[in-house]
Design a protein around this ligand. Structure first.
Ligand code: NAP
Length: 573
């Protein structure tokens, strides 16, 4: 074991430990921004990609590096922009209407300027040396290392900032600065000799990522996150292939072959797995599970073949055909891993793919022996969202009564407390603004309004928080599942807006239900239940909801936005 490798492993373990502790402190409220923030930070694969794209190793390496630069920079630009868009929306009740003190623009400008001045100095030193041993070149290389250390600290502070909505934006600004330092410093990496493909790659990535970050609607954030996982993983895989091809002719030691093998295997399976998840979330692929006989046995055999071949390659690295067979098999495995998952397990898949993306990044750090990539990859790999919050959530009929907006208006005359339960249908209908308007109107009538947020409502952890924040709903009116459940028995009305699975009592009562064991919002304990959805069709899990047959339940059929609009209009008149 080489000393470099030992140091890398220490860093990997410590950063993983730190990542676990920092990220588990992020409240559910900020889980969606957390996902895009880790996506953006995992764009650190850009560091390695820049070196490979600019080092003139070979035409193939330059091409692969160039593609990796596009993928990673798309993640960096898109990830930070969309995270900031989301975080801007999180406000407390008293903060509405108040003009926030902006970050001091001079400070904002001063920091990048400082970075650039340091870089120019480094560049000067690098040029002043005629060979790598000269004091100028040594100084430049040392300065680059310190840049990376500072970036790592900024990333950690950035993630730490996400433990409260109050500091989240400032934290992300620090993380973005860390990324800027790491990228800018790498541009002066001694191995980079050609900037043409780097420039084109960075420009393309910034345009694509920028457009995605600025224009993607909040309802499409889950798909974007899954797509972003796939781009990051693809970058890792491409760099792994490039490094294999570059070194195989001169001989690969076992350590190098192991790290390259892990990088391409994890990168490739995360690439296709995340693409599948994005396709399912976007509705391009069927959301229901695709299963067939012998599926598990086939998948396990495939995985065993990948692992077996990888072990063989570690001892006989020159068998290039086998290397590319492994890449193909890992791509297939990622695809097969996600197709049988369609229902309540999807959030776990997304969180898991996030971790795999981090592992692929960390492996890339080992391949290139770049410590900032090991740290960042490890932060993302182990710092996943608390299992009990997402994972736990992965686990007899009568007549249905319907109600009209006019009848509902009469009902509202006598209520004192309402709990609003948003779900995926609210996102589809873009009804968050309608919800907000109605809630304000109810509040002016002295009705107490609370929002009940299930950790997996929607299509991504924290999905509802982002949409409600977009509609200017103060985050202190939002209650987590554990906080709100005791309030349901006292609530006069539970107003369910496009939520379905997260309210299904079968999760508590019916052992045969696929939802059995999933913690739910106990809307069935409210005095009356009003459900806004278009039909009796099931939700994501494909399971009928017995709640709709509860004598206390009334259905307001129709598109949620339209129903809310007419309810608002009749209430107002
Ligand atoms: P859901 O169970 O998927 O139900 C959403 C409901 O919205 C549907 O039953 C649909 O009924 C209704 N709807 C659709 N369009 C509508 C519109 N325009 N107006 C009104 N209603 C509309 O949603 P959920 O209760 O939020 O539960 C989330 C589900 O997604 C869980 O099964 C969860 O495991 C899964 N999931 C969550 C995540 C995550 O991390 N949050 C990720 C992936 C999957 P109609 O067709 O009758 O209108």
């Amino acid at each position: 074991m080489t000393t470099e490798l030992e140091i890398g492993l220490y860093i990997f373990i410590l950063a993983g430990f730190l990542g676990y502790h920092v990220i588990t402190r992020v409240p559910p409220l900020l889980h969606t921004p957390l996902m895009s923030a880790t996506n953006a930070i995992s764009g650190i694969s850009l560091i390695g990609s820049l070196v490979v794209a600019g080092a003139n190793y070979s035409r193939l390496s330059t091409t692969l590096g160039f593609l990796a630069v596009i993928c990673s920079s798309t993640n960096v630009f898109g990830g930070f922009l969309i995270t900031d868009r989301m975080l801007k929306m999180f406000k407390k009740r008293e903060e509405f209407g108040i003009q926030h003190r902006r970050f001091n623009p001079k400070l904002l400008l001063a920091l990048p300027v400082l970075v650039i001045v340091l870089l120019v100095l480094m560049h000067g030193f690098r040029r002043s040396g005629t060979d790598a041993e000269s004091s100028g070149a040594v100084f430049a290389a040392t300065a680059l290392r310190y840049f990376y250390i500072l970036s790592a600290v900024l990333f950690i502070l950035g993630l730490k900032g996400l433990s409260s909505p109050k500091y989240a934006r400032k934290g992300m600004l620090l993380a973005a600065l860390g990324m800027l330092m790491a990228i800018a410093g790498t541009l002066f990496h001694p191995e980079i000799v050609n900037y043409r493909w780097i420039t084109v790659g960075l420009l393309t990535g910034s345009i694509v990522g920028g457009a995605m970050g600025l224009r993607i609607p909040m309802t499409a954030v889950p798909q974007r996150t899954a797509l972003s996982h796939s781009l990051g993983a693809l970058a890792a895989s491409l760099i792994g292939i490039s490094e294999y091809v570059r070194h195989v002719a001169v001989g690969l030691d076992r350590v190098k072959m192991t790290t390259i093998g892990l990088e391409v295997v994890i990168g490739s399976l995360t690439f296709t797995g995340s693409l599948m998840a994005a396709g399912k979330l976007q509705g391009l692929l069927p959301g229901s599970p695709i299963t067939y006989r012998g599926q598990n046995v086939f998948n396990i055999t495939l995985l065993a073949t990948v692992v077996g071949t990888l072990i063989y390659l570690v001892f006989v690295p020159a068998t290039s055909t086998l290397f590319f067979v492994i890449v193909g098999l890992a791509l297939l495995f990622g695809f097969l891993l996600v197709i049988p998952i369609g229902a309540a397990d999807m959030p776990v898949v997304i969180a898991l793919l996030n971790s795999y993306g981090g592992l692929a990044d960390a492996s890339m750090g080992f391949v290139l022996m770049n410590k900032i990539q090991i740290i960042t990859g490890s932060l993302g790999a182990f710092g996943k969202i608390k299992k009990e919050e997402v994972g736990a959530a992965a686990e007899a009929m009568g007549t249905v009564r319907s109600i009209t907006p006019e009848e509902l208006t009469v009902l509202f005359d006598s209520v004192r407390s309402v709990i609003i339960v948003p779900g995926y249908g609210m996102a589809v209908a873009q009804a968050q603004h309608g919800v907000s308007e109605l809630a304000k109107l109810l509040s002016t009538r002295g009705i107490d309004v609370k929002y009940a947020i299930h950790p997996v409502a929607g299509r991504m952890p924290g999905h509802m928080n982002v949409l409600l924040a977009e509609a200017n709903i103060p985050y202190d009116q939002l209650y987590t599942m554990e906080q709100i459940n005791p309030y349901f028995p006292e609530a006069d009305i539970a107003l369910v807006v496009g939520a379905n699975d997260v309210t299904n009592p079968a999760a508590k009562n019916n052992r045969n239900s696929p939802l059995y064991g999933m913690p739910i919002l106990e809307v069935d304990r409210a005095k009356s239940i009003i459900v806004l959805k278009r039909s009796l069709r099931p939700g994501f899990a494909g399971v009928d909801n017995e709640l709709y047959y509860d004598p206390k339940c009334m259905m307001l059929f129709g598109d949620a936005k339209e129903s809310l609009n007419s309810l608002f209009a009749t209430l107002k008149s």
